[in-house]
Design a protein around this ligand. Structure first.
Ligand SMILES: [Zn+2]
Length: 320
């Protein structure tokens, strides 16, 4: 029997041991190579694009020969004004891609030996960077659509006479959200956080190529999609999968990863940041067959080509 990919040596190409053995200078070289991929690590002035520069090597900075702008390998990226060593950021990314069910900020801060707040922001910056891979993505071929509700659990009162009917709208929490996912079989997963699953119809219209073959469950709001696409419907009260390919197993396995992430790692996620976890689980799901070294380099490369975060840069300074 074939060995499961995650148990094979091919899945394991980067380790903390290796990162710290190679040291800070090697980590710095990796950052340069992934920031300036077209020039194979030669610094490019972010202001004017000039390749000529002076090195201020004591501070690991560069000064552009043309416009005199000073910059570093992380200037203008999601790691701008970093305080951690390059080694530590690389280690953070290694831990982050190894966490198949995500990574809680508490565990992250313990493993990296940094403050909880530092770990929390670092994890959210990485989630923002990985989500950028699919910001403008459209799907085609065979695509499954479904929604799953998260959060807003209302604990029942102790005594039966005090309990409310939670089927009534006024007794439900306003923190409840639905994650709507579009998943191309053997392709990418796109996730969206909304109030109602029916909002997925409008989303699908903007994210699917014309000849897409959709698969959806029996929920009536998906009927509207049949005007635009072929839609294979699967009635889950009768079967989970039909022999002719009608099923939503791909999107279901995405939701099960997200549920394990929310339940097993984070225990509680706020409606406000649910989109970040939804994107994180989608990225892990889509790259599950790639080695951890390839995933780490892809994520670092993405992060170093992702602008300063509008949400997470200076997050705690603003929060105070
Ligand atoms: Zn310049």
């Amino acid at each position: 029997m074939a060995q499961h990919f995650l148990l094979s040596a091919a899945s394991r190409t980067l380790s903390l041991k290796e990162i710290y053995k190679d040291g800070e200078e090697a980590a710095y070289e990796t950052f340069k190579r992934l920031r300036w991929q077209e020039t194979d690590g030669t610094p490019v002035c972010p202001k004017c694009g000039c390749l000529d520069h002076y090195e201020i090597s004591t501070r690991r900075k560069f000064k552009c020969a043309a416009c005199h702008h000073q910059f570093s390998v992380t200037s203008g990226t999601i790691f701008a004004s970093r305080k951690l060593a390059f080694c530590d950021i690389l280690a953070a990314i290694c831990l982050f891609v190894n966490g198949a069910k995500g990574m809680s900020a508490v565990q992250f801060s313990r493993d990296l030996d940094v403050q909880y707040k530092t770990a929390w922001v670092m994890a959210h910056k990485l989630r923002e960077a990985l989500a950028a891979e699919t910001t403008d993505a459209t799907l085609d071929g065979d695509v499954e659509i479904d929604g799953a509700y998260f959060g807003g659990h209302v604990s029942p009162e102790n005594r039966k006479e005090d309990r409310k009917d939670r089927r009534e709208k006024e007794n439900q929490s306003d923190r409840r959200r639905v994650v709507i996912a579009l998943r191309q079989r053997k392709g990418r997963t796109l996730s969206f956080v909304r109030h109602r699953e029916a909002e997925g119809v409008a989303i699908a219209r903007t994210r699917l190529a014309d000849k897409t073959q959709l698969f959806a469950d029996e929920a009536t709001h998906w009927d509207a999609l049949e005007l635009h696409y072929g839609v294979g419907r699967i009635n889950h009260s009768l079967a989970y999968s039909e022999l002719d390919g009608r099923h939503t197993n791909w999107v279901e396995s995405y939701f099960s990863r997200l549920r394990r992430m929310v339940g097993g790692q984070h225990h509680h996620v706020s409606a406000r940041y649910l989109y970040q976890y939804a994107n994180h689980a989608a990225w892990l799901e889509d790259h599950r067959r790639r080695s951890n070294g390839a995933n780490a380099h892809a994520l670092l490369g993405g992060a170093l080509n992702h602008p300063v975060s509008r949400v997470w840069a200076g997050y705690w300074q603003r929060a105070q």
